[in-house]
Design a protein around this ligand. Structure first.
Ligand code: A3D
Length: 320
């Protein structure tokens, strides 16, 4: 059986890390695509030359021609611009919308059967636009944000409790921005929900509130430290987790920016929700029940995403 083909659209910081991870995990052959002359070819060759030491069998190549992504099983999109200190994700909207238009056309023409994972920011609006431009089925196009935001939350919680992060589960829902919704009630340590851990004296509400805020600011914290760009190791790892769930039909329960039509009171929009990812793409959106406070936070996040989608429609009249 031929190896799966993984196309990485954008060969910058996240794209290169994705390629390295996909190779080391032997998920399939990798094609890196970028408009920057030599960048995808250079990174592909560099990673291929790590193969003999690491011991992976995967073909690595780079290109600036969409024809080379033909037949890709998975496309992970990071093409565009990342933020610098002082910028919000929303500041990237105009420029990255144009990028989504060309990427959407390239995928539609050459890899229409792929499972597409968008990472480009502002995430929820860009995944919506990419789906519109590509015309692929909604369940085959999704965005990576919830896995990363939840991983950040899990990391901070594991540090706070002094336990393995493997035993910490967490859900962060809503749009990938300042309004994201870390759900304490659905986050657990060894199955014990966070509110119970407060009652048990493991932590305090104040400390938990501070961790939730740090999770919301997680991307900005790294932008502030790096100064030249945004996070890329954890974002790439998160998207690889989603790609692996699809390629190996793992039926993983992962939060991602999925098309929601009917669940959670939403009608036809992309936003961060719990999903099941398997060989069918986003196979299910999990219709969780929220309490009044959680619903209010989620509604405000949904409102922020709708505002960005409207802004896209204002910029590009073909998006109606
Ligand atoms: P960066 O290292 O700048 O890489 C972006 C690459 O895209 C560059 O190599 C560009 O040459 C390339 N590019 C630009 N325009 C095109 C085009 N039209 N076609 C193909 N390639 C193009 O950025 P990065 O890898 O650090 O980040 C990529 C994106 O991910 C940015 O928009 C970030 O804001 C976003 N991001 C999202 C998250 C989420 O959790 C959703 C996290 C971190 C970064």
């Amino acid at each position: 059986m031929a190896r799966p083909k993984i196309a990485l659209i954008g060969a910058g910081n996240i794209g290169g890390t994705l390629a390295h991870l996909a190779a080391v995990k032997e998920l399939g052959d990798v094609i890196l695509f970028d408009i920057a002359d030599g960048l995808p070819q250079g990174k592909a060759l560099d990673i291929a030359e790590s193969g003999p030491s690491e011991g992976f069998d995967a073909k690595m190549s780079g290109t600036s021609d969409y024809a080379d992504i033909a037949g890709a099983d998975v496309c992970i999109v990071t093409a565009g611009v990342a933020r610098k200190p002082g910028m919000s994700r929303d500041d990237l909207l105009g420029i990255n919308l144009k990028v989504m238009k060309s990427v959407g056309a390239g995928i539609a023409e050459h890899a229409p059967n792929a499972f597409v994972i968008c990472i480009t920011n502002p995430l929820d609006a860009m995944v919506w636009a990419l789906r519109e431009f590509s015309g692929l089925p909604h369940h085959m196009v999704c965005g990576m944000a919830g896995v990363l935001d939840s991983a950040r939350f899990r990391h901070f919680l594991a540090e706070e409790f002094g336990v393995s992060m493997r035993d910490v589960t967490a859900f962060v829902l809503g749009g990938h921005g300042d309004t994201m919704v870390p759900l304490a009630r659905y986050s657990t340590v060894g199955g014990i929900p966070l509110p119970d851990l407060i009652d048990m004296g493991w932590t305090t509400q104040d400390k938990l509130d501070a961790i939730i805020q740090r999770t919301r600011d997680g991307g900005a914290e790294i932008v502030g430290l790096l100064k030249t760009g945004s996070a890329y190791y954890a974002p790439a790892t998160s998207a690889i987790e989603m790609a692996e769930a699809f390629l190996k039909d793992q039926k993983r329960v992962l939060p991602c920016a999925a098309y929601v039509d009917g669940a959670l009171g939403l009608n036809g929009m992309y936003v961060g929700v719990p999903t099941v990812i398997g060989a069918g793409g986003v196979e299910r959106v999990i219709d969780i029940k929220m309490n009044r406070d959680e619903q209010a936070m989620f509604d405000s996040s949904v409102g922020a995403v709708k505002g960005l989608v409207d802004a896209c429609k204002g910029i590009d009249p073909s998006l109606t």
